[in-house]
Write a protein that binds this ligand. Structure first.
Ligand SMILES: [Cu+2]
Length: 129
């Protein structure tokens, strides 16, 4: 009986590892850079990711950029598009060397802008499937 109980405990422990590991597994991190010339740009401008993935934006430039997924903060609200159920968000001002990360949990196509260079066409797309 003792042997059986221990075997059962070990079985549970091994099952626990199997069950917990996927829950702790993180999505991948996809990097997007911010360019200055010839005009502001996200690079790459369009990325395709999966639910649970994180996008990390980095501003290597000496000018301030932003990652704006909030229509209320865009000059032209329609330049920002969020799928139903996704909450708006914004990086705030990103100075040289700043990074901003966001984990996407809602599927769909997102369109976002840099609010400082939106008029110059600094915009990007994230497709979450
Ligand atoms: Cu910008």
């Amino acid at each position: 009986m003792k042997i059986h109980r221990r075997a059962f405990t070990e079985l549970l422990a091994s099952l626990g590892v199997v069950v917990v590991a996927p829950a702790l597994a993180e999505g991948k991190i996809v990097e997007v850079s911010m360019k200055n010339s010839p005009k502001g740009a996200f690079a790459p401008a369009t990325i395709n990711i999966s639910v649970g993935d994180t996008v990390k934006w980095t501003n290597p430039a000496v000018i301030t950029h932003s990652v704006t997924f909030d229509p209320a903060q865009a000059t032209t609200a329609s330049h920002v598009v969020l799928p139903a159920g996704a909450a708006p968000f914004d990086s705030g001002n990103m100075e040289e060397g700043a990074t901003f990360s966001h984990t996407f949990t809602v599927r769909g196509t997102y369109k976002y802008v840099c609010k400082f260079h939106e008029a110059m066409g600094m915009a990007g797309t994230v497709v979450v499937s």
